[in-house]
Design a protein around this ligand. Sequence first.
Ligand code: ACO
Length: 420
Amino acid sequence: MDSAPPSPAPSTAIAFRDLPDTDLDRALDLVYLAFHETPEDEKRKHHHDLLRGCERVGAYDGRTLVGLLAAFRFTMSVPGGELPCPSVTFVSVAPTHRRRGVLSGMIAALFERCGASDRPLAALWASEDAIYGRFGFGPATYNNTVEVKSERPLDLRIVPSEGPLRLVDPAAAPELLAAYYDRTRAARAGRIDRTEAWWREEWMATEDEEDDDLSPPRVVVLGAADDPGRVTGYAIYRTKGRDDAPGLVRLDELEADTPQAEAALWRYLASIDLTGLIQAWGRPLDDPLLLFAGDRDQVRVTGQYPGLRVRLVDVRAALLARSWAAPADLVLEVRDPRLPGNEGRFRLTVTGAGGAAYEPTDAPADLTLDVRELGSAYLGGAPLVSFVRAGVVTEHTPGAAAALDAALATALLPHTVDTF
Ligand SMILES: CC(=O)SCCNC(=O)CCNC(=O)[C@H](O)C(C)(C)COP(=O)(O)OP(=O)(O)OC[C@H]1O[C@@H](n2cnc3c(N)ncnc32)[C@H](O)[C@@H]1OP(=O)(O)O
């Protein structure tokens, strides 16, 4: 006979409400419990500051905090413009309350807030792939990890720009780089507006979050050949010596106006003395390096992973807020069990002038798709034809997916290296 005491009856009434500043410390304790972390004081203070700036949903079982969902108040570049985009982070549920719908309740609360404040998008980076598809988040950007063997000079098929290179003190870098980043951000969808604090604390932190053997960040800026003060590109990287091999350059970001400017920055990184390998973890899939490299045995893509996951909380408002690359006239049957306002059949019409309409219709559908796939495709980086081929989107009219892809396409693929 089992003599163990009966388990306490699970509490069913979880309340979801704003998490006040007075609960920030409790919230961080929950985060560290869920993520198995024991941070030092300085890191905890940093997280405290980040969390204070977020909107926050707390899940309470009586007076006990059992769940947290926070969202940065970023603005995200989308094709042709930008949108406010709650950017979900710090999601944590107490191990005593897992798989009882706490995350589901917090996400529902977030969606309700988005609806009430006319914010048609939400986004996140997932800790585990399996969690967020059910909530309608689809991978919308992808990154390559790239390695460059740099024990010998970088073989290039184009002539690098001859503009001057200069190293910039990380303390002075945010101002300089922000001007460049803000000017060029719109070229790729999926990029957040980086605040001065974000530049300083996320990009210029002296210690790397994951590897304290890495050097502080190094910032190299490329000037124009005819106007050295004009920034035409930059790279942010860290280095470390290795006992058993030449040292490492860990590249965090490289942006430039032209392929020649990009080539100049890659050549610089590949020629840093006492290093023999560049590891770049967040390159766009359409990285020009892969085409202007003269020797693809020297420049190798070592992996690919999904980055930003996008949720169209208000499909109609999101579609009408972006620009279009080609005319379209298609009936979409959208499935969205969590937000039924998005469900149904809608005619998407994009005119030659780029104006769009999205209205309910009784006409037969050309494509049937889940809101999750629409989220993936929204920024222009995930072709619907691939989803049709995979059997997760149904094409009723041949060519409908290709037509929608043509309308959604962007000149450059969506891309971001801001993880949150
Ligand atoms: C954007 C970010 O912050 S990502 C970080 C996410 N947080 C973590 O990974 C920290 C550790 N994990 C946790 O805190 C929790 O387990 C969470 C947040 C992942 C899930 O919270 P829960 O309250 O257990 O989720 P909830 O009960 O609402 O589950 C909803 C559904 O998702 C499923 N699910 C939840 N977590 C997972 C998972 N890790 N893998 C697969 N499925 C999952 C559940 O089985 C459930 O499925 P169902 O609808 O078919 O029944």
